[in-house]
Design a protein around this ligand. Structure first.
Ligand SMILES: [Zn+2]
Length: 85
């Protein structure tokens, strides 16, 4: 399946996983859905402290480089982390 192709070409690494890929040939769109494993700890985006828990997520969508003549979009829930620093 093409999940494996995208996993390799996008270089997706732990804790991120490619959940699914939707391909709409008529709309010439590829939708790539990323997620992270439950319980994953992240670095604080402000002070870089590691091991912060995600308390909330926010759905985001980005336009990726085109995949040949198809528009590619990444969908991901971005973690919001709590940091005591
Ligand atoms: Zn912090």
């Amino acid at each position: 399946m093409y999940e494996d192709l995208f996993r390799k070409t996008l270089n997706i690494e732990d804790p991120w996983v490619l959940e699914s890929v939707d391909f709409d040939p008529d709309a010439k769109r590829i939708e790539l859905y990323l997620d992270f494993a439950p319980g994953t700890k992240f670095d604080c985006p402000i002070c870089n402290k590691p091991g912060c828990s995600a308390y909330d997520t926010q759905e985001k969508e980005w336009r990726h480089l085109d995949f040949f003549q198809h528009k590619a979009f990444l969908h991901c829930r971005v973690p919001r982390v709590s940091c005591d620093e």
